[in-house]
Design a protein around this ligand. Structure first.
Ligand code: FAD
Ligand code: FO1
Length: 461
């Protein structure tokens, strides 16, 4: 790929957030969402600018200890991934430093101190990131450019508004996908040294401490971008061709299992889609997977980017808020507290098995997630409590939690977001209904429950 083709590919995924005075120091990539060296358009843009201006290149990660909903299990997975990032960057003569402070507190001073030439950031629609970005913009002196390297087509390019459903965003994505779904160039060895930045934290000790304290999960998914790419290649080679048929059956391992890698940015969705497209699997077999990976995932980012209330009742569409309001005073046959739900102590054995599975393995099968969240609507006093409990449990226990896919998924299940009105019934109103009987018609519920109990009893030892 010639330099100009490469430049165009890199630059059209970026947007300038602020002008400013370019310092004499290194170009800085503030890494947050996309925690990988390979297939990272933000890093590629940062390197391109550093090469043109003959500057050093530094990657900075600002780690906060109280990321909303995160537990030690999540930090262990993330930090192991960041260890690999640091090592790969070192081999490329690119600097890496982890700052143990919130970005809006530490970045302006840090960048000023090293007289940063330019700041590159990666795109993330979540409100915590929007807050970090807004406060940075008010204090920065260097220019600041944002790159969407989490979506194949940048979220702001796909649509300038909140999309109603998959069928409204799909044509907008399909029209652009051909031109954006390209191969991704590799980062080069960087010829200009970056002034060594005094490490503010003993990174390896931090990783060891977190790893020692975090409870062991059953999934034991190996973290990091090398393992992520291996898992992606194996999925495409071994499971893609049966994905369409098996993906809704929790009793078989028919889904990719790649969401933690995608959530922490250890795997590029573009690389995954590229591998799928290049595989010799039939187009019909590719379609259902690309629909989820590209359309549903980019629809979730669109929802969180353009709906500030993505995690609240106010974010539900009008028809859903109306119908849920009309059924507020319906009798709830069962009411459970957050503690009841967290302990999987309800009257329904399938739901309890789902919750046990989620807690023990840090993951719940995509089909069961829909049923799991909908029952929380049915068994709590009101929809506000339901969305609050569902988000709390999903973010606390799921390795792929704290993600736009989760907020959109829960809003879909409880608030009809991206869905349509269904047959009206108590409590749900016209929100799509799901129950254990419906699951029994789809898969071997008793088999699933038995497998969870066996697996978890084994873990309980
Ligand atoms: P696969 O079926 O193999 O799909 C591959 C990838 O496509 C996924 O990793 C994901 O990035 C994307 N994808 C698949 N289904 C969806 C979907 N419905 N919406 C958006 N993207 C999708 N996904 C998360 O990443 N984090 C969450 O916290 C999360 N919470 C959810 C909560 C509820 C109530 C619901 C209904 C869905 C939720 N999802 C969440 C979406 C989906 O269930 C998961 O992405 C999927 O099950 C992850 O497993 P997988 O990677 O094996 O999926
Ligand atoms: N991003 C950061 O920039 N700093 C953090 O300390 C941080 C912690 C964290 C913990 C758990 C988790 O699931 C995500 C975390 N993230 C952090 C954000 C993550 O990198 C993703 O950007 C978002 O969660 C996805 O939108």
């Amino acid at each position: 790929m010639g330099m100009n083709r490469r430049n165009i590919d890199i630059e059209r995924r970026s947007r300038r957030l602020a002008d400013g005075g370019r310092g004499e120091g290194p170009v800085v990539y503030w890494m947050s969402r996309d925690q990988r060296v390979g297939d990272n358009w933000a890093l590629l843009l940062a390197q391109q600018e550093a090469l043109i201006r003959r500057k050093g290149l530094l990657v900075v990660f600002c780690m906060i200890g109280d990321y909303p909903g995160a537990t030690l299990c999540h930090y262990r997975f993330m930090l192991r991934g960041l260890q690999e990032v640091r090592q790969k960057l070192h081999q490329l003569n690119i600097g890496f430093t982890l700052l143990e402070k919130s970005p809006e507190q530490i970045l302006p001073g840090f960048l000023h101190g090293i007289d940063a030439h330019l700041l590159i950031g990666d795109f993330d629609p979540l409100s915590i990131k929007q807050c970090w970005k807004a406060s940075l913009l008010s204090e920065l002196t260097a220019p600041y450019v944002e790159v969407d390297t989490h979506n194949i087509i940048p979220a702001w390019t796909v649509s300038a508004q909140k999309e109603y459903a998959a069928y409204t965003i799909r044509p907008k994505i399909k029209r652009l996908l051909e031109s954006f779904l390209t191969d991704i160039p590799a980062v080069k060895h960087h010829p200009f040294a970056c002034v060594p930045v005094p490490a503010t934290v003993d990174f390896d000790r931090l990783v060891r401490n977190v790893a020692d304290q975090a409870p062991v999960l059953q999934t034991r998914l190996p973290a990091g971008e090398d393992a992520a790419l291996q898992a992606a290649i194996s999925f495409v080679h071994d499971k893609l061709h049966t994905y369409g048929a098996l993906r809704n059956n929790p009793c078989v391992d028919g889904q990719s299992g790649l969401s933690p890698y995608l959530h922490f940015g250890q795997l590029s969705p573009q690389r995954l889609a590229w591998l799928v497209n290049r595989s010799e699997v039939s187009p019909e077999a590719k379609e259902p997977f690309l629909e989820e990976l590209v359309v549903r995932r980019e629809l979730s980012d669109n929802f969180c980017l353009y709906e500030p209330a993505y995690d609240r009742f106010a974010g539900f569409p009008d028809w859903a808020r109306t119908t849920l309001n009309q059924h507020r005073s319906d009798t709830r046959e069962y009411i459970y507290s957050l503690a009841d739900l967290e302990a999987g102590a309800t009257h329904e054995s399938l739901w309890n098995a789902c919750q046990l599975d989620l807690v023990q393995s840090g993951k719940l099968h995509g089909y069961l997630r829909m049923y799991w969240a909908k029952k929380i609507l049915e068994w709590t006093v009101d929809p506000e409590t339901a969305i609050d409990y569902a988000i709390t449990l999903n973010d606390r226990y799921s390795l792929d939690g704290r993600d736009p896919n989760g907020y959109a998924g829960i809003a879909w299940a409880i608030g009809g977001v991206h869905d349509r009105a269904w047959q009206e019934r108590p409590v749900f109103g016209k929100i799509r209904y799901m129950n254990a009987a419906g699951c029994r018609r789809k898969f071997d519920v008793d088999g699933y429950i038995a497998s969870v109990l066996k697996r978890c009893r084994g873990a309980a030892g």
